[in-house]
Design a protein around this ligand. Structure first.
Ligand SMILES: NC(=O)c1ccc[n+]([C@@H]2O[C@H](COP(=O)([O-])OP(=O)(O)OC[C@H]3O[C@@H](n4cnc5c(N)ncnc54)[C@H](O)[C@@H]3O)[C@@H](O)[C@H]2O)c1
Length: 457
């Protein structure tokens, strides 16, 4: 079986290599010359655990090109970004990929769309373009097979997750199922193309709405002086409650975008857009905390630790760090950014000493495991203040080094700093101040840690 994969990014490349490693002859196609050159030289355009090994296994059945060629199966995994101005999907890449297939499409071929698209895109946009080849749908087969893998864990998820396969008709669905069965160990569920498009969007919208709920709980809890982390842990003792973790916002190529694909052509969208707005406003909330803590400090500098949208990867797409940094800079704060994995960001990326020396506030925006191991004693800051927007630090370790620790959602009041309180050994407050700005202690009979997490004590 010869398969032509269009789009060799985070999704297309691992898929192409998995197909090749499981016996298909795969032609990988990308319009970006740098991607073609990089792969032709035997290198990978991005890093992902296990991808290097997979590439060496798959190389004998994989080649890379700038243009598609005749094949049995065409698989499209190109970007489907959101137009930020209109909040409408940009299907230009998907349309151009379909157009590139047209000259090579033959009777009996199968076209698979993996890219995430609004409901109805296959029928309204992709199939009609493919029919310009002169081959009608039915004479060629078509399926939408949305991808659920998560960056950083792509290969185990691509092989282990269940898949939804939505064909134009029964033979399309069965043929696409046979392609995925070569490497997918998870369950395969069959449906039609439009339902598959909708299901993918519902999944990510569900995540977004649930994160928004946790973020709203964090803000409501703070208004009541309650530590939301402890409250969530306790609420989750209910057998049918599972509240997610609050944080500085939602990023990435999927959760921050897909809900708009569901909403873009609807007049009934309420909860979906509200959830988006709540999550999009979380950088503002973190900045509000920083602003209140930094009041009174001359020429304050903020160190942003973590610009990737999630932990242990370097992907900065739609990261809340963009908005936080921009808002902070617009307010006059000097911004210094560090991320152990990211290579591209709107602001220069520095190493930890450069990003933190002389800083007045460290803001943890990404839950990289490496940040848990940071030694606060090594940091040459001007003001010993850290805002942990992910609740990942060992707060005792930081307070022992004189840092004032503020956790997003910890319920502590927004204090004002007075000049002279800067970087004293006990933190922001004079040594004899009884209460730190870390949240108040949990009740005496509690198995919860001070950051509201179980098993910490
Ligand atoms: N990254 C994820 O975690 C993830 C997860 C699930 C679904 N998806 C969806 O998968 C799709 C692909 O996402 P990605 O993260 O792999 O994108 P990406 O930006 O990493 O890679 C896409 C690649 O396609 C190439 N390309 C663009 N137009 C092309 C064309 N006409 N022909 C050939 N190549 C072309 C680009 O140059 C790029 O290298 C998107 O619809 C996305 O929403 C992504």
């Amino acid at each position: 079986m010869k398969i032509c994969v269009l789009g060799l990014g985070y999704i297309g490349l691992p898929t192409a290599l998995l197909l090749a490693a499981h016996g298909a002859d795969v032609v990988g196609v990308d319009v970006k010359q740098s991607v073609v050159d990089c792969l032709s030289l035997g290198n990978l355009p991005f890093s992902e655990p296990g991808l290097e090994d997979l590439y060496s296994k798959a190389r004998c059945r994989f080649c890379v090109r700038s243009e598609p060629e005749a094949a049995d199966v065409f698989l499209i995994a190109v970007p489907t970004p959101l137009d930020p101005a209109t909040r409408v999907s940009n299907l230009a890449y998907a349309r151009s990929a379909a157009d590139m297939i047209v000259p090579h499409l033959r009777r009996g071929n199968l076209v698979i769309l993996e890219s995430t698209v609004p409901p109805g895109t296959s029928e309204r946009v992709i199939i009609p373009r493919l029919e310009k080849s002169g081959v009608s749908i039915g004479d060629f087969l078509y399926a939408h097979c949305p991808e659920r893998a998560i960056p950083g864990h792509t290969l185990p998820e691509m092989t282990g997750n269940s898949r939804i396969i939505g064909g134009y008709d029964r033979s399309s669905t069965d043929r696409a199922t046979a392609v995925y069965q070569t490497f997918v160990r998870g369950q395969i569920y069959q449906t039609d193309a439009r339902t598959a498009e909708f299901v993918k969007l519902m999944e990510n919208t569900c995540r977004d709405v649930n994160i928004a709920l946790a973020n709203e709980f964090a803000q409501l809890a703070e208004e009541c002086g309650i530590n939301v982390w402890e409250a969530i842990t306790l609420a989750n003792k209910h057998p049918r409650v599972s509240i997610l973790s609050p944080g500085p916002g939602v990023g990435g190529h999927c959760i921050a975008i897909d809900p708009w694909f569901l909403a873009e052509n609807s007049t009934r969208c309420r909860m979906v857009s509200t959830a988006r707005d709540i999550n999009d406003s979380m950088p503002n909330y973190v900045l509000r905390i920083a602003r209140s803590l930094l009041a009174g400090i001359q020429n304050p500098a903020i160190s942003i630790l973590g610009v990737a949208y999630k932990g242990n990867i370097g992907d900065t797409r739609e990261s809340p760090a963009f908005k936080f940094a921009q808002l902070a800079e617009n307010e006059g704060y000097a911004i210094r950014c560090h991320d152990p994995y990211a290579v591209e960001f709107a602001h220069p990326l520095m190493d930890i000493p450069e990003a933190t020396t002389g800083s007045d506030c460290i803001v943890i925006l990404t839950d990289h495991d490496l940040f848990r191991e940071l030694d606060p004693a090594m940091l040459q800051v001007r003001t010993k203040l850290v805002i942990d927007a992910r609740n990942i630090l060992d707060h005792e370790k930081w307070t022992n080094q004189g840092f004032a620790v503020r956790v997003l959602g910890d319920g502590s009041p927004m204090p004002q700093i007075v000049p002279g309180d800067i970087a004293v050994p006990g933190g922001l407050y004079p040594v004899d101040t009884p209460q730190s700005i870390v949240s108040s202690s949990p009740p005496p009979i509690s198995l919860l840690s001070q950051n509201g997490r179980e098993g910490f004590l």
